[in-house]
Write a protein that binds this ligand. Structure first.
Ligand code: 5CA
Ligand code: ZN
Length: 411
């Protein structure tokens, strides 16, 4: 399916002696902040939305975080092959449609459109491949068929399940203990209680046709795809094995990323599925994770409709480390609006303090596991100084360009 239009990313001057700080990110599987070594093309997969009640500020924060990864790479002259899915057929979407009496297709389409508009407004760069589960059904069933042939997929009634013992590496992404796996699985879309499975943690690959639910007629029967195999197959078929970065919010570490890695590794016989697993913290409201199922949402589209500048929303999301769970409060927006106004006034000055030095330090902060609080503090410091003095006549323009290219904030 079509993604959304890309905004311009201005080119920044190369650092002196071409010495750019290497990007370091926290990898969930190793538990370390480590250098992400990539070739001339970086390959990234970030899990996309399930299109109902999009786009809340939790979604936005996560996609803005991975947008920074893409911006750092591009600033280093690295091409980015970025794939994102849309879970456009799954239980929560169908449940919502059944609840409101709307067609699930129309609900999904409307929410995808809204999401695209929100992403474009927030200046999030689009993926190069944007793929819905529905359009990927043939490739998913092809993969399931291969798993069936190897006895890694097996039937339970009309459904097909994935055998988690297939790779011997189940747990390598999340390192979650089995008791907690059982709990998280039950809480996050799994079905450890279903009878007849080889292991309670085995995950649904294919859900056989149910009355009133959409289905596809395929070589593995009539039904619809499960969630984890969707991302495993969409990523593998576009990025290959051993791609650079699998991303998403921390609520996806287990079961989703553990299962999609195991499924992909069982399909290819290769390890790892992704070289690095990077996870963003959860945005909360009133002490709880912001989520569609809880209904405690602040929607980007609502804020935009109320006249809030999307650049202020983006700045508010950047004012906190991407890995930290953090609360959304109205105060964050007020602070971001004031900061945006200050930065704009500073960028309009005739002169400012040393722009090249600022750029070098911004690059350093972002390369250090996306230290946006550090980067924002540097930009604040520069802006404050520019408003009172400065001798570099190129600095205000460079400030504007650097904030645009690296932070995605257009002044
Ligand atoms: N379609 C699946 C992934 S394949 C899904 O999780 N969809 S979602 O719409 O529920 O979430 C989309 C993305 O937003 C995921 O990366 C998820 O981890 C992230 N996300 C959801 N809620 C929050 C939150 N409160 N804070 C930060 N990120 C969140
Ligand atoms: Zn996913």
């Amino acid at each position: 399916m079509d993604a959304w239009p890309a905004c311009d990313v201005p080119l920044l001057p190369a650092p002196e002696g071409e010495r750019r700080p290497r990007l370091k990110l926290h990898d969930t599987a190793s538990g370390e902040v480590r250098e992400i070594a990539v070739d001339e093309t970086a390959r990234m997969y970030v899990c996309g939305i399930t299109p109902y009640d999009a786009t809340h500020l939790g979604h936005a924060a996560t996609y803005v975080a991975f947008d920074l990864v893409q911006r750092v790479w591009r600033d280093q002259g690295i091409d980015v092959h970025y794939v994102q899915n849309v879970t456009d057929v799954d239980d929560p979407l169908l449940e919502r449609a059944a609840h409101t009496g709307e067609s699930w297709v129309i609900l999904a389409q409307r929410e995808i459109d809204l999401f695209r508009d929100d992403m474009a407004a927030l200046r999030v760069l689009p993926p190069t491949g944007y793929v819905g589960a529905v359009e990927a059904v043939p490739e998913i069933t092809d993969a399931i068929q291969r798993l069936l042939e190897e006895d890694i997929a097996y039937p339970v009634g009309d459904d097909l399940y994935f055998d988690v013992t297939a790779t011997g590496r189940f747990g390598d992404v999340s390192h979650v203990e089995r008791a907690e796996m059982m709990e998280l699985s039950a809480a996050r879309g799994g079905d450890p209680q279903t009878a007849g499975k080889r292991d309670p943690l085995d995950s649904l690959l294919w859900r056989g046709q149910r009355h009133g639910e959409p289905y596809w007629d395929t070589p593995v029967g009539r039904g619809r795809p499960g969630w984890h195999v969707e991302c495993a197959v969409i990523a593998l078929n576009r990025l290959g094995v051993d791609f650079d970065l699998q991303g998403g919010g921390s609520d996806l570490v287990f079961p989703h990323h553990e299962h999609s890695a195991a499924t992909a590794e069982a399909l290819t016989g290769k390890h790892p599925f992704a070289k690095n697993y990077v996870h963003a913290g959860m945005i909360g409201l009133d002490g709880e994770k912001m989520s569609k199922s809880r209904g405690n949402l602040v929607l980007v589209s609502k804020l935009r409709a109320a006249g809030v500048d999307p650049m202020a929303i983006r700045l508010a999301l950047l004012d906190g480390h991407y890995r930290a769970d953090r609360e959304w409060t109205g105060g964050r927006l007020g602070k971001a609006e004031a900061r945006l106004a200050r930065w704009r006034a500073a960028a309009a000055q005739e002169t400012g303090p040393d722009g090249a030095a600022l750029l070098a330090r911004l690059r350093e902060r972002l390369a250090d596991d996306l230290d946006t609080p550090g980067a924002l503090a540097l930009a604040d410091e520069w802006a404050q100084a520019a408003l009172s003095s400065g001798e570099d006549a190129d600095a205000p323009k460079l400030f504007r360009t650097a904030v645009d290219a690296l932070l995605g904030v257009a002044l």
